[in-house]
Design a protein around this ligand. Structure first.
Ligand code: TYC
Length: 101
């Protein structure tokens, strides 16, 4: 018993990878009303009204704006639902998903 070595010789491996995040991008267009874009950002992405206005105006002025980042399935579901909300009203509003660097 005196010779028993109780020190573990191998460290347990802990390989937990952080899930990759994906950006949801909003694209400007010439037809979708500003107020509609703002409402979609509030409803689908849970932005406050001031945040939604800021994102909408950034896309309006610069052409695109990152709305938020999520795990891939969440990002794709939200981008699809938000694009479909515009299409249902006849607007060409577009959201897309791209991996974060
Ligand atoms: N450019 C649109 C307009 O002037 C408003 C708009 C803003 C549309 C942002 C899309 O992502 C967008 N009615």
């Amino acid at each position: 018993m005196a010779d028993t070595n109780l020190t573990p010789t191998l460290k347990p491996e802990t390989k937990v990878e952080r899930p990759k995040l994906y950006k949801v991008i909003l694209f400007n267009d010439d037809f979708t009303p500003r107020e509609f874009v703002t409402k979609v950002l509030q409803g689908e992405f849970r932005l406050s009204e001031p945040q939604a206005l800021q994102v909408m105006m950034t896309a309006h002025r610069k052409g695109v704006c990152v709305v938020s980042v999520y795990p891939r399935d969440v990002a794709e579901t939200k981008a699809t639902r938000a694009t479909d909300a515009g299409r249902a009203m006849g607007f060409p509003l577009r959201f897309d998903v791209e991996p974060e660097e």
